[in-house]
Design a protein around this ligand. Structure first.
Ligand SMILES: *Cc1c(COP(=O)(O)O)cnc(C)c1O
Length: 225
């Protein structure tokens, strides 16, 4: 198994070249290590290698890693969140990547002791198995979130289909970027909506070329699982 440091070196090179290719700055791209399938030890290895942003998709794993690592990291909750579980985790989260319904916003409003930075999850590829609001509903959804002052919409998030087809991936990522541009252009005070969380191990280079500001990389960085 490679060390995280070895993987990280290669991924950082990829990030720099994808950024350069699309005329962007490397420092505008945040690499999240998705640690959901790995141990606390392997997660610490990532932090020691210089990773600051950590992502988990389940409450148990999130709280366990956070208890072990603490404030050294920035904590991203990237999975779908059941409303009844919001109270267990919301005040520990620095960024929530999967805001996808008003009932969740309402529960966050009820439980949050601070403003919560949220990405609205969009189901750009319209796959039945994926959560997220539809592209057509996204702007109206963001507008409705103005009624929940605990929520700050920092950007949009999507999961691309599991495919190697570059054209499909590019059209999903550029679709999210266009929606982000439309939302940001509305200058809503609760929704600056400047960020784009998109790209995983298979497709982060393409996502960066299409404008990703946050890539969520698991297996290529801390794997093999
Ligand atoms: C697991 C997961 C990732 C990382 O997936 P890899 O293919 O291992 O890089 C990214 N985003 C979300 C929402 C995930 O659940």
């Amino acid at each position: 198994m490679n060390t995280v440091q070895q993987n990280l070196k290669l991924i950082r090179e990829d990030i720099s070249s994808a950024a350069a290719k699309s005329g962007r700055k490397t420092e505008d791209i945040t690499l999240l290590a998705v640690t959901k399938y790995v141990t606390i030890e392997r997660t610490k290895e990532a932090v020691d290698a210089g990773i600051v942003d950590l992502g988990e998709n389940r409450i148990e794993g999130f709280l366990e890693k956070q208890a072990a690592i603490g404030d050294e990291a920035i904590w991203h909750f990237i999975g779908s969140l059941q409303s009844r579980k919001v109270k267990e985790v919301i005040n520990q989260v620095d960024y929530l990547h999967a805001l996808d319904r008003l009932s969740l916003a309402k529960e966050i409003q009820k439980r949050a002791a601070k403003k919560i930075k949220c990405f609205v999850q969009v189901n750009v590829s319209a796959e039945a198995t994926k959560s997220g609001v539809s592209p057509a509903e996204t702007l109206a959804f963001i507008q409705e979130l103005a009624a929940y002052p605990a929520i700050e919409v920092v950007g949009l998030m999507t999961m691309a289909p599991n495919t190697q087809d570059e054209d499909v991936l590019r059209s999903v990522f550029s679709g999210l970027r266009q929606l982000r541009d439309e939302a940001a252009a509305q200058n809503m005070s609760h929704a600056p909506c400047t960020l784009l969380s998109m790209g995983m191990s298979n497709d982060y280079k393409i996502a960066i070329e299409e404008g990703a500001t946050h890539v969520r990389v698991g297996s290529a960085l801390v794997g093999p699982y």
